[in-house]
Structure formats: structure tokens, C-alpha cells
Design a protein around this ligand. Structure first.
Ligand SMILES: [Zn+2]
Length: 69
């Protein structure tokens, strides 16, 4: 594949912030996580309640983030 997608976990975090909070909360309550799917490259980005709390606070600061870049 010559096409390279520029999506990222952070980018989808930005998308998550644009969603209504109550909708995100409902998904977390039902599934325990939010699964964002990139149509272009097929990558799944999964956010749990901790991730979403961090996103709403203003993004990951690295302290309580278990994602390794
Ligand atoms: Zn992508």
C-alpha cells in the first residue's frame, strides 16, 4: 500500500472531544470503552474511562498514560 494514513490516537482523542459527553458516557457504561475506527487505514483506537478523563482534562501529560509511543 502506498497510501499512508495520518491518523493517530491523539487525533481521534480530538474527535472524541467533539462528541456529546453523555453519549460517550453511555458507551463507557455499556462497553467499558469507546472504540474509534479509522475508515482509511482500518486502525482501531480504544479509549477507556481513564483515557477519556485525560482527554477532557486537556490531553495526556504522560503521568498516568500507559500508551507507549
Ligand atoms: Zn487511519
Amino acid at each position: 500500500m502506498s497510501f499512508k494514513c495520518t491518523c493517530s490516537c491523539e487525533r481521534y482523542g480530538e474527535v472524541l472531544k467533539t462528541l456529546p459527553q453523555h453519549e460517550v458516557d453511555e458507551i463507557i457504561e455499556e462497553d467499558g470503552q469507546v472504540d474509534m475506527y479509522c475508515d482509511y487505514c482500518g486502525t482501531h483506537y480504544v479509549y477507556d474511562a481513564v483515557d477519556i478523563a485525560a482527554i477532557r482534562k486537556g490531553g495526556a501529560d504522560g503521568e498516568s498514560n500507559d500508551i507507549i509511543y
